[in-house]
Design a protein around this ligand. Structure first.
Ligand SMILES: [Zn+2]
Length: 407
């Protein structure tokens, strides 16, 4: 059996993707302004479109409210064959802001197709991926019975605090799932690894006083400077100890914000200095140990000047390190090879995805692979090659069939 992708259908033996309809559906989805912005985040119109299509196909999606007006879609597509594992596909329906629309050469929510590219905010990140997973699973289903079940998760708030993914885990949607394919755009790379992320806030508390009488207070500023130096040492140490990952590069401990005093009060020594830190780690870096080390070092620097210190963890997402031998990875590699005629490259995700939450909170193997370029996400003139939508749908269908029928 040879896999084929053409303008109107993608097929592999009896699996046939309705490419023309999938592209139409992608255009409709891109036209919906499902932007994730504080106070106005609203995926409901996109959710409604996806639900309508699923019901048209005879599926029975669950529509689960995560926050006011924001709901995850979770649906099982049973194979109608023998009992077997559950394979999940995941995509998010929110997009980041289009920013200054005048910077775009097309309407960010116009759904224009120009020279084979579908343009728009969310075209690549990741409405194309959502459409490919829907039409791939539909094609698999129409091709006849298969063992086990495919579960589809179309979630909200990935671009925010990943409320949709966190809620999906809490509501049990990952229970019994043997693997998850995250359909984020990765430029045709199969990405079994993702960087970890930790966000910290460090507070140094002294005693406010007049700039003319520093001996009457306790300034947090010299310690702030020393802490910045210590963070640089910790970064060097981690980079030496853990080296460079072939797909993820190295570990960074990056101070991003400092806050202390105000210019109009330049004759006053402030009581508090605060520092925010963005840590990006590779597999092997133990986040808990790292946070503990930062706490100890910050306390030691504060103690020199009699300061109280607090290190608060704002977010903690460990790296993902799925084995390339895991069936959720191998099924994609062979499906990609069958559809394109060449083995895929492996890559890594520089940021985090909903898959990071699934692996962290539900201990499920995840892999990231989806239509669209890796770097185009969040940029102006975001686009996805229209050709990729049908090709990925077929690849997902083949991958699911292999995953669910493996002995
Ligand atoms: Zn995304």
């Amino acid at each position: 059996m040879t896999a084929k992708v053409s303008d109107d259908v993608s097929r592999d033996g009896e699996i046939e993707v309705d490419v023309a309809e999938a592209i139409d559906f992608a255009v409709g989805l891109v036209k919906i302004r499902s932007v994730d912005e504080p106070g106005v985040s609203d995926e409901s119109e996109a959710t409604a479109l996806v639900l309508e299509k699923m019901r048209e196909w005879g599926w029975s999606p669950e529509h689960i409210e995560v926050a006011a007006g924001r709901s995850n879609i979770i649906v099982d597509v049973p194979g109608g064959g023998p009992a077997g594992p559950i394979l999940a596909f995941e995509g998010h329906l929110d997009v980041v802001t289009d920013g200054d629309a005048s910077q775009w050469s097309v309407d960010p929510f116009g759904g224009a197709i120009v020279d084979g590219r579908l343009f728009g905010r969310g075209a690549a990140d990741m409405k194309a991926g959502v459409v490919s997973m829907l039409y791939g699973v539909r094609a698999l289903q129409l091709a006849g019975p298969f063992p086990g079940t495919v579960r589809i998760l179309a979630l909200v708030d990935e671009e925010g605090m990943m409320l949709g993914a966190k809620h999906a885990v809490q509501s049990g949607a990952l229970e019994g799932v043997a693997g998850v394919i995250i359909c984020e755009p990765e430029g045709d790379e199969v990405c079994p690894v993702s960087k970890g992320a930790v966000r910290l806030r460090i507070d140094l508390d002294g005693v406010m006083t007049h700039g003319a009488m520093p001996d009457q207070g306790r300034s947090p500023l010299p310690a702030l400077g020393r802490v910045l130096g210590v963070l640089g040492e910790i970064q060097r140490d981690l980079q030496e100890r853990h080296g460079t990952h072939p797909h993820l590069g190295t570990t960074y401990v990056t101070p991003t914000v400092v806050e202390a005093g105000t210019p109009p009060q330049m004759n006053t020594i402030p009581a508090r200095a605060s520092l925010w830190v963005d840590i990006r780690s590779i597999p092997g870096v133990d986040h808990d140990q790292l946070i503990e080390r930062i706490r100890t070092e910050v306390a030691a620097q504060g103690a020199v000047d009699g300061l109280d210190t607090t290190v608060s963890v704002i977010d903690n997402r460990p790296p993902v390190d799925t084995s390339i031998e895991d069936p959720v990875v191998t099924c994609l590699v062979s499906a990609h090879t069958s559809v394109t005629g060449a083995a895929p490259s492996f890559g890594g995700v520089p940021g985090t995805t909903d898959g990071t939450i699934f692996t962290r909170d539900a201990n499920v193997p995840t892999v990231v692979y989806g239509p669209g370029g890796k770097w185009i996400a969040h940029q102006v003139d975001e686009f996805v090659e229209v050709e990729a939508i049908g090709r990925y749908a077929l690849t997902y269908a083949l991958a699911a069939r292999e995953f669910l029928t493996r002995g």
